[in-house]
Write a protein that binds this ligand. Sequence first.
Ligand code: PLP
Length: 388
Amino acid sequence: APNLALVRGRGTKVWDADGKVYLDFVSGIAVVNAGHCHPRVVEAIREQVGTLMHVSNLYYTENEARLAEKLSKLAYEGKGKCFFCNSGAEANEGLIKLARLWGNPEGRYEIICMDNSFHGRTLATAAATGQEKVRTGFEPMPEGFRHAAYNDLEAVRAQVNEKTAAVLLEVVQGEGGVIPAEAAFVQGLRALCDEKNLLLLCDEVQCGMGRTGRWFAFQHYDVLPDAFCLAKALGSGYPIGAVVAGPKLAETFSAGKHASTFGGTPPACAAALATLDVIERERLVKRAETIGRQLRERLEPLVAKYEHVTEVRGAGLMLGLVMDRPVKPLCSRLTEMGLLTLATAERVVRLLPPLNVKEAEISEGLEILDEALAELHGAAPAEEEKEA
Ligand code: PLP
């Protein structure tokens, strides 16, 4: 239900059709981590579309090989393999199929997913998603998915049976309301998966690509999943998704088992390679951690200042300001005042600025937020103030 027509973007700023400028703390929902239209990314795409646009996966292309090598190095010391597709849902579908293919010889196909999770809107990923509203009206859902309470290891353990193949989780739930997993939970899941010979799969579609202050959010936990998926920020807005499989699963997909006509086209991989290059050159992973900490420290006083603000949570530059009431009216007011934010899980204002957001832009965004909170949720002015 859009209410704004945007025509141009640069860095953290976007312009609407009337020429009004906005600070963008949505980043296309965690997509433009390197800022809107980063010149290096734009140039890489421009050059590639004039050289070779598409050949299908019947052939090798250099960009695809280089991108797979890079992602494998970032996560698995070069011992992983990648499959490229076009979106987060498709990447999760790939993970699900990978887990099923792995479990198939023993008749194992079930995947334990978390309550409140979000994995996409295709039928299988909607079935994996732990939110009823995503499934309602589309039943019957594909079978093979169980759900357990997030951050509750015993609840996950209770769902394991002879058909279980894998556990799938976002280590920071995004759509669910910016909820980080507890370290003991993630580490406990790894141990549980090892004990029962299950796969641990991570959905890094939203929390990956430096957003939380690590290349991949699972890297905060000292835990390595058997495979994970990426999309969103991987191509800075040029559609691309990836399944990155570690050594245990690297040989599970053989040629012809899974495919996508448009997966990993030369321009998509050029966009992703340029994005990775910018993130490295501008040290944006570290920056997400330091600027994220600053933003968080400046958001926290709002909890004491405004009665209805209850909590600030998240990791790096993936932050949520939690309120005790719906935040849509606040987010609408923020948009009018020139700050784009996202209302999530009813009561959470999700803040996802580009990782190269300037400190001055953080200050400006905070001023707007404070002003809007004062206007909508501030204490009623004292009598004498009112008279004055
Ligand atoms: N997984 C997570 C964690 C997401 O946040 C999203 C989208 O918000 C998806 C998967 C689905 O990605 P897409 O919309 O590209 O299909």
